[in-house]
Write a protein that binds this ligand. Structure first.
Ligand code: AQP
Length: 329
């Protein structure tokens, strides 16, 4: 079976972009592959100014609960917290040594995040090598992610290839799997900017969080930026309208032509109202399951402990191959 690996940072609540671009697809395809889904808490440390120890610890559990509440079955998917498996940090160091500095400095996510903060930690720069370690440890074939991660997965392949040239073949080369619809959900308040966790903190109306109540969702969608026309065909719509149509299409899984037929000749008010309904129909049951899961913290910890044990078995075998190839250990 194809080995699938992906993860998310516990750096705040998940938003609809994370769900539509990644999580929804993990759930939909969970029977097709051998799946490993990680909560990448070490990655959240890359912006240390934003870290509160208790909140990070809690957010990792909340993110695990959101994975389960979205429909990932812990029996069919290996779910664990990255820092519980020490091999991630160990392999990251070795991959850092094999990664030319220029490759990391070229990453668009690094460039844009480095601009947002007064001082930049080294972790922000070398984050993609840790991500490469996450993926390569598990002999991953496919990494289902949103469009913004395409460059990092390509870098993962390049790092593996360079490692192979230096030390010999050890890793499987993974490919990014990016959905056709909803791979880049844009901010509702600004359709030129990607919907993002960090912007959602300071800009109400930018994102819809998976745990938002109906009123907040309605307000964000009804005030989403559109234009003064009535164009609801994908190819001709303005960026704001296209964003709403794409979210609608991703959540209903209707073909583009059916979505266009539904809204043909209607104003944007009708599209927004329909979208509020579709989003709430998706999130209401998800939230109910989330609260049930969070009420059974022992059950959740058990899933994560079991996940880490199974992950460690795979990761330690790969690390042994890396130690043999490099001569450390
Ligand atoms: N706007 C988006 N549209 C579609 N997919 C998206 N993803 C993120 N934003 C969008 C995908 O969600 C997964 C989450 O990965 P992450 O936790 O590493 O998220 P991130 O890229 O750091 O998320 P944010 O929200 O954009 O956070 P900040 O503000 O910190 O940069 C990935 O598969 C990602 O592609």
């Amino acid at each position: 079976k194809t080995r699938v690996f992906s993860g998310m940072q516990p750096s705040g609540e998940l938003h609809l972009g994370n769900y539509v671009g990644a999580l929804q697809h993990w759930v939909a395809r969970q029977d097709e592959s051998d799946n490993i889904f990680c909560i990448v808490d070490l990655h959240a440390l890359t912006i240390p100014e934003q870290i509160d120890a208790r909140a990070l610890h809690d957010n990792a559990r909340k993110l695990a609960a959101l994975y389960l509440a979205s429909g990932l079955d812990p029996e069919r998917n290996l779910i664990f917290i990255q820092s519980h498996v020490r091999e991630h940090s160990e392999l990251a160091w070795i991959l850092n040594c094999a990664t030319p500095l220029g490759w990391l400095q070229r990453m668009t996510q690094f460039k844009s995040k480095a601009q947002q903060f007064e001082s930049t930690g080294t972790g922000l720069l070398i984050y993609p090598a840790l991500q490469a370690a996450d993926i390569l440890l598990y002999d991953t074939d496919a990494v289902p992610v949103g469009e913004d991660q395409r460059q990092h997965i390509e870098l993962t392949r390049d790092i593996a290839i360079r490692f192979h040239r230096l030390f010999g073949e050890v890793f499987k080369l993974p490919v990014a799997v990016i959905p056709e619809v909803g791979a880049r959900v844009m901010g509702l308040d600004d359709p030129e900017t990607k919907m993002s966790k960090s912007l959602a903190v300071t800009r109400p109306g930018h994102a819809i969080n998976l745990l938002d109540d109906e009123k907040t969702i309605r307000k964000a969608i009804m005030s989403a930026v559109t234009d003064s026309g009535r164009e609801t065909r994908f190819a001709h719509a303005s960026p704001g309208v296209r964003n709403l149509l794409s979210i609608y299409q991703a959540l209903t899984r209707e073909p583009m032509s059916a979505v266009e037929a539904t809204f043909a000749g209607q104003g944007y008010g009708a599209l927004k109202k329909a979208l509020v309904e579709v989003v709430w129909e998706t999130l209401r049951p998800l939230q109910a399951r989330y609260h049930e899961i969070m009420a059974d913290r022992a059950g959740l910890e058990a899933v994560l402990t079991r996940g880490a044990e199974r992950a460690r078995e795979i990761a330690s075998a790969t690390m042994q191959r890396v130690r043999d190839a490099t001569g450390v250990g």
